[in-house]
Write a protein that binds this ligand. Structure first.
Ligand SMILES: NC(=O)C1=CN([C@@H]2O[C@H](COP(=O)(O)OP(=O)(O)OC[C@H]3O[C@@H](n4cnc5c(N)ncnc54)[C@H](OP(=O)(O)O)[C@@H]3O)[C@@H](O)[C@H]2O)C=CC1
Ligand SMILES: CC(=O)[C@@H](O)[C@H](O)COP(=O)(O)O
Ligand SMILES: [Mn+2]
Length: 392
């Protein structure tokens, strides 16, 4: 890829938190980017507004019911409109240098794979894709010669400080975790928390699903699995360390005792800018880190008794095969039910655990079996959630 020519770009999940931060950076450097396609689920007006603002060629909603609103909002703009899950995949298929994978959940798997298979540079925010398809996804990246750039803040930090040429020098990876809004709460006090309390992350402004995952610490569990696949590391070499300020985004410890870290203000525009400009750097309008003002950075061990989701994710990684896919699918169902006030906060991990008990042994020899397992895990998780609702 030439670095002086504008980079063509597709954003999957353009109306979300990562999508908006990506388009904010693109809008500030229009000479560097040309936007091919933007996609969303059903936020037609927001998508059309974003597409007009950056001059996208195509806008796609996954939900066919939103097509009329999209067409209307784009009228007179000359921007092509399309709808349906297949159309999102087709958007990912269209030639562009860089694809930001920022759909939430396993719904991002098919379009991200499509972009991988045409050898694009992928900015991977959508961690669920790696969790549910793991080694199979990495094989597709290798076969296609695609480039995977981690956008998730911890993995982006590790990518920036990891010596990938000399893996024998790496002792361990240290993933930092904020601990979420309930970091210092007693477990019994977490029983009655509301979705509003759970999405109120202390440091990051993010979509609802990942915010709940941070509150249960399932987010950190998903990130342990993500790190294992992204950086080809055994689970024993991936440590989690709670760091409530979210300034040290992660660290790599080397065999000579050196520890390298990447630091910055908690603003996703830094890792997004890193991926958009890679291997160069670009300006990001984020608050500059002032350690003198912050004064203290603190660290503590995670508590897997108060936050069992972290334990479940580690166990799923140890079990291997389809267990991480089951963990992810059940978690997506349970978090959606919690956000709909149909499930208690503590029951999220219980639904995941009971689904894992029933399905964790299943293998995923190919990508079709990932989709089948994801489907079955969602069905069992829904049943578990309904049982919980009756009990409550
Ligand atoms: N937000 C953050 O700071 C971080 C996010 N991530 C990861 O990035 C991903 C995106 O997170 P975030 O931006 O917070 O999420 P949001 O919920 O804010 O946005 C999700 C995006 O995906 C679209 N979408 C939702 N469901 C579907 C579907 N079935 N088919 C197609 N598109 C869909 C939404 O469209 P619509 O608006 O129409 O619903 C929206 O554009 C997640 O995997 C998350 O874990 C990782 C690190 C940090
Ligand atoms: C910004 C980002 O990468 C999130 O994944 C963030 O890390 C969530 O914070 P937690 O550390 O609370 O999970
Ligand atoms: Mn993260």
């Amino acid at each position: 890829m030439r670095h002086d020519a504008p980079r063509s770009l597709t954003v999957l999940g353009a109306t979300g938190s990562i999508g908006a931060s990506t388009l904010d950076l693109v809008g500030r450097a229009p000479e560097r980017f040309r936007v091919e396609a933007l996609t969303a689920n059903s936020s037609a007006e927001e998508l059309a507004k974003a597409a007009r603002a950056v001059g996208a060629k195509l806008a796609v909603v996954a939900d066919p019911a939103a097509y009329g609103a999209l067409k209307q909002a784009l009228s007179g703009s000359g921007i092509e409109a399309a709808a349906g899950a297949e159309a999102v995949v087709e958007a990912a298929e269209r030639p562009s240098d860089f694809v930001m994978s920022a759909i939430v959940g396993a719904a991002g798997l098919a379009p991200t794979l499509t972009a991988v298979r045409r050898g694009a540079v992928i900015g991977l925010a959508n961690k669920e894709t790696l969790v549910c398809a793991g080694a199979l996804f990495k094989d597709e990246v290798r076969k296609a010669g695609a480039t995977l750039l981690p956008v998730d803040s911890e993995h982006n930090a590790i990518f920036q400080v990891l010596d990938r040429e000399r893996p024998e020098g790496v002792e361990k990876i240290i993933l930092t975790a904020s601990g979420g809004p309930f970091r210092s709460w007693r477990r019994s006090d977490m029983a009655g928390v509301t979705p509003e309390q759970a999405v109120a992350h202390p440091n990051w402004s993010m979509g609802a699903k990942i915010s709940v995952d941070s509150a249960t610490m399932m987010n950190k569990g998903l990130e342990v699995i993500e790190a294992a696949y992204l950086f080809d590391q055994p689970r024993e070499k991936i440590e989690v360390l709670v760091h409530p300020q979210s300034v040290v985004h992660s660290m790599v410890a080397y065999v000579d005792g050196s520890v390298l870290a990447q630091l910055g203000a908690p603003d996703m525009r830094t890792p997004i800018a890193y991926s958009l400009a890679w291997p160069a750097r670009m300006q990001a309008p984020v608050e500059r880190l002032d350690l003198g003002r912050i004064g203290q950075l603190t660290f503590e061990a995670p508590d897997e008794v108060r936050f069992p989701a972290l334990r479940l994710a580690r166990e799923a990684l140890a079990t291997g095969a389809g267990a991480p896919s089951v963990l992810n699918a059940a978690n997506e169902i349970a978090v959606a039910a919690f956000l709909n006030r149909e499930l208690g906060f503590l029951a999220i991990a219980e639904v995941v655990e009971s689904t894992l008990e029933r399905l964790a042994g299943r293998g995923i020899p190919d990508l079709e079996s990932v989709l089948a397992l994801d489907h079955d895990a969602r069905r069992l998780a829904q049943e578990a959630q309904a049982r919980q609702a009756v009990r409550a």
